[in-house]
Design a protein around this ligand. Structure first.
Ligand code: TRP
Ligand code: SF4
Length: 513
């Protein structure tokens, strides 16, 4: 089943040429091609994981969740029932709409898989970056919380908070400010001399949000977001490792190798070690050169191997002293009983698994006042297209449907939506509709057919083979939308009493006026 890849908030305003895109979390233009995210930003494809998840969410099955960073740790945690968290945040600049519903569902899905779940109201960011007054923010914040609860968020095992009222987040944001500098803000976000400082504070607050689930017990944490938020993830992943006292990596000899190079080394070791011991670095270089087509990675890795030459080639886990005193490093050394070799600022451990050593080191770090953060992981979904074309945006009322919208008005908006249909019914029957470019089809795939893949598939096929015409198709979708809104708003009423269980105040603006 195909899905259109348009209507989101990627920004390419700072492109020097058409090929280079940059991502601006506060930008407003659209991205044409999600593939750029894989090639230019190192986001990985999600689809490979599907066979490893026992009941993938329909957003995963339909490719709407399309990318990730490091999600394998979450699969591992789910399958081994070890602790992990999920967190996402919402700027209360308007009422939540059907596009946000996807993110609520992602949080709740992970919660049902065993995650400790967090939903946060980014009120500081809304105030700083979008200039909303506090009373506007309060009203929207309340509706976000209600919508999250109506989407089945479980408050017993999860936590909802407001940035402004979370002292730990605000303190952590301050600490993170010590670890970054203005040049980094410039290069990641394009900030300049006249950027308001509150933008920087918002960035640090978001990084603190992302690390907050790990403050008490470090654990893998997944952040489901739109790809416009990726810069925050890149920054926070970096900050998380910068704050570690020690880092744990893998190596095969004295030199360092990046993950791509390590793959080559691992393959070479698996192939060569059964027939030759000890193995030397230059043997490995020769083998890699013979087995592979020349490439950039190949050259850097064989150069490293040749330089190491007669050194023995053998897998090891490397513990690097990042920012601890040498006394503390010595103490850690004595904690590791495995076969090891010690250097000034690092230590190589043999015949042990990476995870095993990583756990020892993390525990030691926490015992000695360190954070022990895991780099946060992310999950990216496609944005829903606006019903008026372009992106779904709170500033264009007809482009979106609020979760609090009068069901009749929801019905009307679907009826008025643009489609991927042809100029005439005759042409449509001949050529089929363009479901991949149709916001109405997206409504079916992202929301209205829920878990029923065969329904979504049928709409797609009938559309593209010309048996489905837009008028009827919209009528059907509009009816489903009206029903969806009615049911959802009923749920919202039911969860209202839960607001009292929150640990922060959330006023009802209607009662105040
Ligand atoms: N910046 C996000 C937005 O624009 C909101 C947000 C704040 C957030 N903190 C977060 C999202 C932490 C994910 C994780 O909507
Ligand atoms: Fe879109 Fe339906 Fe028309 Fe196909 S038939 S283009 S899915 S509105």
């Amino acid at each position: 089943m195909g899905l259109g890849g348009k209507g989101d908030t990627m920004n390419n305003k700072s492109s020097k040429d058409n090929k280079h895109i940059s991502i601006d979390p506060w930008g407003s233009s659209t991205i044409e091609d999600y593939n750029d995210l894989f090639t230019q930003f190192g986001i990985s494809k999600f689809e490979h994981f599907l066979p490893n998840i026992s009941h993938p969410h329909y957003l995963m099955r339909r490719g709407i969740i399309f990318g990730h960073r490091g999600y394998q740790s979450i699969i591992k945690a789910i399958n081994s029932k070890s602790p992990f968290s999920v967190l996402s945040g919402f700027m209360p600049t308007g009422d939540p709409h059907i596009g946000h519903k996807m993110v609520f569902d992602e949080i709740v899905w992970h919660q049902k898989q065993g995650a400790k779940a967090y939903g946060l109201i980014a009120d500081l960011e809304a105030h700083a970056a979008r200039k909303l007054s506090w009373s506007e923010i309060d009203g929207h914040a309340r509706n976000y919380v209600l919508a999250l609860l109506a989407s089945d968020f479980n408050l017993e095992t999860g936590e909802i908070y407001r940035q402004s009222e979370n002292r730990q987040v605000r303190d952590l944001a301050f600490e993170l400010g010590i670890e970054t500098n203005f040049s980094e803000m410039q290069s990641i976000y394009g900030f300049s001399g006249n950027t308001e400082l509150s933008h920087i504070q918002s960035v640090l607050t978001q990084a603190a949000d992302i690390l907050y689930p790990q403050l008490d017990h470090p654990q893998p944490t997944v952040i489901p977001v739109g790809p416009d938020q990726d810069p925050h993830l890149r920054l926070t992943r970096d900050l998380a490792s910068r704050l570690r006292l020690f880092s744990v990596t893998e190596a095969y000899a004295s030199f360092e190798a990046d993950p791509m190079e390590l793959e080559y080394l691992e393959t070479a070791f698996d192939k060569l070690s059964p027939t030759k011991t000890p193995l030397h670095c230059n043997d490995v270089a020769d083998w890699i050169e013979n087995e592979n087509k020349p490439s950039e990675v190949l050259t850097t890795i064989t150069n490293k191997l040749k330089e190491a030459s007669k050194e023995e080639f053998y897998p090891r886990v490397r513990v690097i002293n990042h920012r601890a005193t040498s006394d503390l490093f010595k103490k850690l050394e004595s904690r590791i009983s495995e076969n090891k070799q010690t250097y000034k600022q690092h230590l190589d451990v043999f015949d042990a698994s990476h995870d095993e050593i990583d756990n020892i080191v993390r525990e030691f770090e926490i015992e000695h006042g360190g954070y022990g953060f895991y780099p946060p992981l992310s999950l990216y979904h496609r944005f829903m297209s606006g019903l008026t074309g372009g992106k779904m945006s709170s500033s264009i009322p007809d482009s979106y449907i609020s979760l609090f919208e009068d069901p009749e008005s929801g019905y009307q908006k679907v009826k008025q939506s643009i489609t991927g249909g042809r100029e005439s019914a005759k042409l449509q029957r001949e050529l089929g509709g363009e479901a991949d470019k149709c916001p109405v089809y997206e409504l079916y795939a992202y929301l209205l057919t829920q878990d029923d893949d065969s329904y979504a598939q049928r709409v797609y096929e009938e559309c593209t083979n010309g048996t489905r015409l837009c008028g009827d198709c919209k009528e059907e979708a509009a009816n489903l939308m009206r029903e969806f809104l009615k049911d959802y708003q009923q749920k919202i009423k039911e969860v209202e009493p839960l607001l009292e269980k929150l640990n922060f105040n959330i006023s009802n603006p209607e009662e105040n006026s």
